[in-house]
Design a binder for this molecule. Structure first.
Ligand SMILES: *[C@@H]1O[C@H](CO)[C@@H](O)[C@H](O)[C@H]1NC(C)=O
Ligand SMILES: *[C@@H]1O[C@H](CO)[C@@H](O)[C@H](O)[C@H]1NC(C)=O
Ligand SMILES: *[C@@H]1O[C@H](CO)[C@@H](O)[C@H](O)[C@H]1NC(C)=O
Ligand SMILES: *[C@@H]1O[C@H](CO)[C@@H](O)[C@H](O)[C@H]1NC(C)=O
Ligand SMILES: *[C@@H]1O[C@H](CO)[C@@H](O)[C@H](O)[C@H]1NC(C)=O
Ligand SMILES: *[C@@H]1O[C@H](CO)[C@@H](O)[C@H](O)[C@H]1NC(C)=O
Ligand SMILES: *[C@@H]1O[C@H](CO)[C@@H](O)[C@H](O)[C@H]1NC(C)=O
Length: 472
């Protein structure tokens, strides 16, 4: 009890120090750190999460205004790119963290990938890149949670991953998808960013689940910059209808799972879950819109992890991250052809965002991909030992139960989409023949990549924990 109060006191003082120094809008940086053991203990009591420490060197706070500034999405950016320099920015790479909510690592890893891209000779200028990494806080992130003197948004547990509403500030109820609409509007605002011509919403793991769902359900404001989604190793996908793969990639049979098409895995009952975007457009409109969006799936060939706290609706999509990715690709082919605006890259990585972003394909997707600039790289699907995750065509099936229902009011046409078809990851348009050998272009540079000295302090700080405080 004493230790806990003392901890709270120390945290509060660091908070006050952080805020005392916040004379200017952007000096109010605080950095939060998590201590795994503390978390595990406090989580059992519904507490835990990140506490406050100093802002890391090389970074500053630069929050994103939501609903005209009524609320803010907490975000980190590089401290050497000042507001005066925003006019130099041509591309924004906005990188969303995974379940661990560690945006400082994502900012660091994005910087490392950018340095690798520059070193590899890609036509990319560091000073033209705006790097941001947001923080989808949750209720465990005490003592920052439920403060009355900030307008930072918080969600319950991981509910930011699928468009649920914020729980704090009290009464805010902002969908995380509405937040992404605001993010795009902010970086598309010509008054602040006059020269930005592309915005990349990059993501990995749980962040990638969020981004793929937003790419499908998000309204997206009408802005000038070209928008790209990089979806790296998500633990599950939002399927567009009630078909699922059978007999491949370790996919669990539908009969073994009762809620395999419930949102966030499918669209059954989506309107009960979300206030954003309701009524959800019918499936055909969703599919049309999704095909137009620039979505870049990136799958770690070595990512055979099943995912944290993943339930049977995810296993119905495949037994691991990499098989779920390969089967979703087959599903899109089956649904009407893998969209020309989508790409899929198999990269030599496990479940590791830094590896994915720094891979030759990751460098291109994050920093170069652009239709307007004629940088439209095809999928990278080498026929290697790892990505032949299943042999032969994939069959798709559905069942007639409650789970297969689509949202009310949709124009779901069973006949055209229930016919069994086949597709395999190697036979997509644009994925073979014309794909080239992307690995040959820059793989040699990767081994020489090292963190910039400023940013390496971020890495070091990421290891600093509150252990010393909590063991007092
Ligand atoms: C940040 O940089 C300053 C100046 O280089 C240095 O004195 C300080 O120790 C650094 N802080 C951390 C936490 O690395
Ligand atoms: C900002 O700092 C990073 C990390 O130290 C460095 O790689 C980059 O070149 C700097 N960019 C600008 C525009 O000064
Ligand atoms: C926030 O604080 C208020 C006042 O103490 C409390 O009534 C409310 O339940 C808290 N909300 C959350 C989500 O913790
Ligand atoms: C663009 O930014 C300016 C300056 O902050 C602001 O006044 C304006 O309202 C913004 N425009 C939109 C559409 O949000
Ligand atoms: C599915 O259920 C059947 C029957 O209960 C069981 O034998 C089988 O092991 C289950 N399969 C999986 C992948 O859980
Ligand atoms: C795991 O997921 C289930 C179902 O969504 C949820 O009830 C449970 O709290 C989650 N557990 C953790 C540790 O997040
Ligand atoms: C790709 O390029 C690399 C480097 O030039 C080469 O070693 C490798 O054999 C090529 N792979 C294929 C499939 O052509």
């Amino acid at each position: 009890m004493f230790a806990r109060s003392l901890t709270a006191l120390l945290l509060l003082s660091s908070l006050l120090v952080a805020f005392a120094g916040s004379a200017s809008a952007h000096a109010s940086g605080v950095k939060v750190e998590r201590h795994a053991a503390r978390n595990a203990r406090l989580s059992k009591r519904g507490e835990g999460g990140w506490g406050l420490v100093e802002q890391a060197n090389g970074t500053r706070t630069s929050n994103i205004p939501v609903r005209g500034g009524q609320y803010e999405l907490y975000a980190w950016t590089r401290d050497n790119v000042t507001e005066d320099a925003y006019k130099n920015l041509k591309r924004i790479v906005f990188t969303t963290h995974g379940m661990g909510r560690d945006p400082w690592n994502y900012l660091l890893h994005t910087q490392i990938a950018l340095t690798a891209a520059v070193d590899a000779g890609l036509p990319v200028q560091d000073g033209e890149m705006g790097l941001w990494a947001p923080s989808y806080w949750n209720q465990m992130d005490d003592p920052v949670a439920n403060r009355t003197d900030t307008n930072w948004l918080f969600w319950y547990r991981n509910e930011w991953e699928d468009g649920h509403n914020s729980i704090l500030p009290e009464g805010s109820s902002v969908s995380s998808f509405e937040v992404l609409d605001n993010v795009l509007a902010y970086f598309g605002n010509r008054t602040i960013f006059p020269n930005v011509d592309s915005i990349v919403l990059a993501s990995h793991s749980m962040g990638a689940q969020m981004m793929q769902r937003y790419a499908l359900l998000g309204n997206m404001p009408d802005i000038e910059p070209e928008v790209h989604f990089v979806v790296g190793n998500p633990g599950a996908y939002l399927y567009i209808d009630d078909q699922r793969p059978v007999g491949a990639g370790g996919a669990m049979p539908l009969d073994n799972c009762s809620d395999w098409n419930a949102y966030k895995f499918g669209l059954n009952k989506v309107s009960d879950e979300l206030t954003y975007g309701v009524p959800i457009p019918n499936k055909d409109l969703l599919w049309q819109r999704y095909q137009q969006r620039n979505v870049h799936y990136m799958i770690g060939q070595l990512d055979d992890g099943r995912g944290a706290n993943i339930s049977c609706p995810a296993y119905v999509q495949g037994d691991a991250h990499r098989t779920r990715g390969a089967l979703f690709h087959a599903y899109l082919e089956h649904l009407g052809g893998f969209p020309a605006s989508h790409t899929l890259d198999y990269v030599d990585c496990t479940h590791d965002d830094q590896c994915v972003f720094s891979s030759p394909q990751g460098q291109q997707r994050l920093f170069l991909q652009s239709k307007k600039a004629g940088q439209d790289m095809p999928s990278y699907i080498p026929q290697g030992p790892y990505n032949n995750l299943f042999q032969g065509p994939v069959q798709f099936a559905t069942s007639d139960g409650e789970a297969s229902r689509m949202p009310d009011g949709t124009a779901f046409v069973p006949t055209s989409f229930r016919a069994t078809n086949s597709a395999s990851p190697g036979d997509s348009k644009g994925s073979t023949g014309s794909q080239g050998n992307a690995s040959g272009k820059s793989s040699g540079a990767l081994s020489s990549v090292s963190a910039d000295p400023f940013f390496s302090t971020m890495a070091a700080l990421a290891l600093v924990t509150l252990a010393s405080l909590t063991t007092l």
